[in-house]
Design a protein around this ligand. Structure first.
Ligand code: UD1
Ligand code: CA
Length: 454
C-alpha cells in the first residue's frame, strides 16, 4: 500500500492572538506541525503533503527536516476544499490519511490502527471519540444497527443530534480514488458556507463504501489546539508522558510534574533528576548521573557518575565520567570535561578541555583553553582570550597550579608543573616547573596617616 498523508495547516488560529501561524506554536520546544509530521514519518511508504495558507512562507521556512510537498490553499473554504488542494500531487493509487497541524499528539500506533481499518483504502476509516461535552464537534450519526450514516457538524445538527456524544476527530483515511470522486461533489450549502470534508461520509454510505470507526488509545491524541490554554494543557500532558517513560526506564524524578524535556533524553540506569530541570535537544545521561534542582541541559553528553549541582547551565558540552559541576556553573558550547574534572560555582567554560582530575572551582572564566591533568585553577582566574577583535588560545600543562585572581593573557602557555603566583597577569610563556610571579611588589609604609575630611 502506498500512503499519502495530507496534513491541514492553512488556518489562521485567531484565538492564539499571535503573529505566528498557529501550527508553528511550539509544544515541547518543537512546532505543533513538526510533531504531526514526525508521527506520520514513522508510517511506511508514505509521501507527506501539507496544506498551507495563513503564514505559508513562515511555515515552509520553519518546518525543516521532512520531505514535504506543499499545497497552497489561498482562501480557507473548508476542510474538504483544503484536502482537494493537495490531491493533484497525491498518487491516485494511494490511500490518503488526513491529519491536522493543530492536533499535535496523534500517535503513530493509532494511525497504523486506523489505516488497517481501510483495507487498502477500500473502506473509509474514521477516528472518533466519545466526549462528555461534545459541543462544537461534528457528531457521528449511526443507524439503529450501529452503522455510521453521516457526520453532522454542530452548527448544522438538530437538537436530537446534539445529544450524540460520539464525535469526529477529523482524522480519517480512505483511497485517493474515492476522494477524487467525492471531493468535487461537495457543496458549501450549510450553516458555515464551507466545503466540509465530513460530507464524504454520507457519500460513502450512498456508494456502498464501508465506513468504520476506531478510537484512539488516549483522548489527548485527538485534542486540537485553538488557543494558548489548550496548548499549555497539551504541553503538560506531553511532559507527563515523558516523565512517566523516564520513571519506567528507571530514572528517579523528584517530581514528575516538574521536569521539561524539549527533545530527546537518553538515560542510563539509576539517574536522579531533581525538580525544575529543563532538557533541550539531544541529551544523554549515562548511568548514575545526578542532576540537581533547576538545571538546564542542552545537546550535551554527561558521563557515568557525574553530578551536576543546582542551577547549572550546560550547553553543547561533553562531560566524561565522575565529574562534578556546579552549583551555578555554566558550560558553554565546546566544553570538554575529562574524567573526575570539577567546575564549581560561578565558573564559565567555553570551547575548552578541562583535563582529567583538574579543578576549576570558583568564579573563573576558561575560554579557548586546553588544560592538562590534575591542574588546579584558583578562584577568579580569567583566560583573557579576546582582544576585542580576535580570539587566542591558552595552554596549561599537567599538574600546573594557577594562583587565585590571575589573568592569563592569550595566547598563553603555562608548562607542566608550573606555578603562577596569585594575582599575576601572565603575558609571557611559563616553562615547565617554573614559578611565575607577575604582580606589583608589596610596599609597606610605616606611620601612614589617613586623609581627613576637609
Ligand atoms: C472539524 C470537523 C468536525 C470535527 C472537528 C474536530 C469538518 C467540516 N468538521 O471541525 O467534524 O469534529 O474538526 O476538531 O471537517 N483547515 C484548513 N483549511 C480550511 C479549513 C480548515 O486548513 O479551509 C484546517 C484548520 O486550520 C484546522 C482544521 O483544518 O486545523 C480544522 O478546521 P476547523 O475549521 O477548525 O474545523 P472544525 O470546525 O473544528
Ligand atoms: Ca477546530
Amino acid at each position: 500500500m502506498t500512503l499519502a498523508v495530507v496534513t491541514l495547516a492553512a488556518g489562521k488560529g485567531s484565538r492564539m492572538k499571535s503573529d505566528l501561524p498557529k501550527v508553528l506554536h511550539k509544544l515541547a520546544g518543537k512546532p505543533m506541525l513538526a510533531h504531526v509530521l514526525g508521527s506520520a514519518a514513522a508510517l511506511e511508504n508514505a509521501t507527506q503533503h501539507v496544506v498551507i495558507g495563513h503564514g505559508a512562507e513562515a511555515v515552509k521556512e520553519q518546518i525543516t527536516g521532512f520531505d514535504i510537498r506543499w499545497a497552497l490553499q489561498a482562501e480557507q473554504k473548508g476542510t474538504g476544499h483544503a484536502v482537494a488542494m493537495a490531491m493533484p500531487d497525491v498518487n491516485p493509487e494511494a490511500t490518503v490519511l488526513v491529519l491536522y497541524g493543530d492536533v499535535p499528539l496523534i500517535s503513530t500506533a493509532t494511525l497504523q490502527k486506523l489505516l488497517a481499518e481501510t483495507h487498502d483504502g477500500n473502506a473509509l476509516a474514521l477516528l472518533t471519540v466519545e466526549l462528555a461535552d461534545p459541543t462544537g464537534y461534528g457528531r457521528i450519526v449511526r443507524d439503529d444497527a450501529g452503522n455510521i450514516q453521516a457526520i453532522v457538524e454542530h452548527k448544522d445538527a438538530s437538537a436530537e443530534q446534539h445529544k450524540i456524544r460520539e464525535v469526529n476527530t477529523g482524522i480519517l483515511a480512505v483511497s485517493a480514488r474515492l476522494l477524487n470522486d467525492w471531493l468535487p461533489k461537495l457543496s458549501a450549502n450549510n450553516a458555515q458556507g464551507e466545503y466540509y470534508l465530513t460530507d464524504i461520509i454520507a457519500m460513502a454510505v450512498d456508494n456502498g463504501v464501508a465506513v468504520r470507526a476506531i478510537h484512539p488509545r488516549n483522548e489527548h491524541e485527538v485534542q486540537g489546539v485553538n488557543d494558548r490554554l489548550q496548548l499549555a494543557a497539551l504541553e503538560r500532558v506531553y511532559q507527563r508522558g515523558v516523565a512517566d517513560d523516564l520513571l519506567r526506564a528507571g530514572v528517579s524524578l523528584a517530581d514528575p510534574a516538574r521536569i521539561d524535556v524539549r527533545g530527546s533524553l537518553q538515560v542510563g540506569s539509576d539517574v536522579v533528576i531533581d525538580v525544575g530541570c529543563v532538557f533541550e535537544g539531544d541529551v544523554v545521561l549515562e548511568d548514575g548521573v545526578h542532576i540537581g534542582p533547576y538545571c538546564v541541559v542542552k545537546n550535551s553528553h554527561l558521563g557515568a557518575g557525574t553530578h551536576v549541582e543546582a542551577y547549572s547551565h550546560i550547553d553543547e558540552a561533553k562531560v566524561a565520567a565522575d565529574c562534578n559541576i556546579g552549583p551555578y556553573a555554566r558550560l558553554r558550547p565546546g566544553s570538554d570535561l575529562r574524567t573526575h574534572a570539577r567546575v564549581g560555582n560561578f565558573c564559565e567554560v567555553k570551547k575548552s578541555v578541562i583535563g582529567e582530575g583538574s579543578k576549576v572551582n570558583h568564579l573563573t572564566y576558561i575560554g579557548d583553553a586546553s588544560i592538562g591533568k590534575d591542574v588546579n585553577v584558583g578562584a577568579g582566574t580569567i583566560t583573557c582570550n579576546y582582544d576585542g577583535v580576535n580570539k587566542f588560545k591558552t595552554e596549561i600543562g599537567d599538574n600546573a597550579f594557577i594562583g587565585s585572581n590571575s589573568s592569563l593573557v592569550a595566547p598563553a602557555k603555562i608548562g607542566a608543573g608550573a606555578t603562577v603566583a596569585a594575582g599575576s597577569v601572565i603575558t609571557k610563556e611559563v616553562a615547565d616547573n617554573q614559578l611565575a610571579v607577575a604582580r606589583g611588589k608589596q610596599r609597606n609604609i610605616d606611620g601612614w596617616e589617613r586623609p581627613v575630611k576637609k
